[in-house]
Design a protein around this ligand. Structure first.
Ligand code: SD4
Length: 291
């Protein structure tokens, strides 16, 4: 069995290539990292990597993570400025015994010391879009934190190994130094090859309240199907936050177990995800809120 699942349609191109690699028996780490890097490199995706929207202060600060489901090793970066592929830095950090999560200047210095390329990640297009969004937000009285897409990709290879990786520019108008769930193990991602993996997208401040990805994997380990685990975690967290916190942001998740069965859940109107497995031809699903 092999499989790959990703949040949002923007992952389609990278997933297509990595699905072929996994079908050909290639190892999962490169498949997942390359698929995320493909999204990071595409200049028109305004929420991931190159061309991502800047912070309140006009600087692009990127977060990314990688986790190996065989060893449970993880690596992550937060608030990384002007380094080409944050997910590759996160992957390299997962091979370090200590210092697996680095942020800000320290993350940048480490990446440079390891030979990662510098690249100006703010594009003119992103800056124009950012100004337009600022105006719209003010004019329409919208929350600046609405409408943002993080890429999270889970893979399973024919050897039974699993990995997960995430990458994001974080929420629109975020403050300098703000971290969301995407670089935080257990919240934005979790992977254990003995069970499966999960990854989340949405409002990090809320996803972190439920340790969302770890909780999905835990429920799969206790016998839930991926779909049951995804639904129960998203909607229980939503109910809990509504009753105790009085509001809740966007919560969307995808997950896969080590048999290539997958699930997805969302509390927003439509959430797209991409999946391919040995049994499921490559498909972009649009899932609706089910609760
Ligand atoms: C964050 N969870 O930084 C990310 C943003 C996101 O879809 O996923 N948006 O909070």
């Amino acid at each position: 069995m092999w499989g790959i699942i990703a949040t949002w349609r923007m992952a389609l191109e990278g997933v297509t290539e990595s699905a072929s690699a996994l079908a050909a028996g290639k190892p999962v780490a490169a498949a997942v990292v390359d698929a995320v890097a493909n999204v990071e490199d595409f200049p028109f995706y305004k929420s991931v990597g190159y061309g991502g929207l800047p912070t309140e202060n006009g600087e692009v600060e990127l977060d990314a993570a990688y986790m190996d489901g065989d060893t449970l090793a993880f690596g992550a970066v937060g608030n990384l400025v002007d380094i080409a592929n944050p997910v590759r830095v996160a992957h390299a950090l997962s091979r370090q015994r200590y210092n697996s999560l680095l942020v800000g200047q320290g993350a940048r210095e480490w990446a440079l010391s390891q030979g990662f390329a510098e690249k100006t990640m703010l594009t003119d297009r992103a800056m124009q879009h950012y100004r337009k969004r600022c105006r719209e937000t003010l004019d329409k009285g919208l929350s600046p934190y609405d409408g943002h897409d993080t890429v999270g990709i889970i893979g399973l290879d024919k050897q039974g190994s699993m990995s997960v990786a995430t990458s994001t520019s974080g929420l629109f108008m975020k403050k300098r130094g703000r971290l969301g769930d995407s670089p935080i193990i257990g919240s934005g991602y979790y992977c254990d090859s003995e069970t499966g993996a999960a990854t989340a997208t949405g409002v990090g401040e809320d996803l972190m309240k439920g340790c969302t990805s770890y909780e999905i994997v835990r429920r799969m380990a206790q016998g839930m199907t991926p779909q049951q685990a995804a639904d129960s975690v998203v909607f229980e967290l939503e109910d809990k936050l509504m009753s105790r916190f009085g509001r809740v942001g966007d919560l969307s998740v995808v997950c896969m177990n080590n048999r290539g069965e997958f699930g997805a859940a969302t509390n927003i109107k439509t959430f797209s995800f991409v999946v391919a497995t040995a049994r499921q031809p490559l498909t972009v699903f649009r899932t609706e809120r089910q609760h």
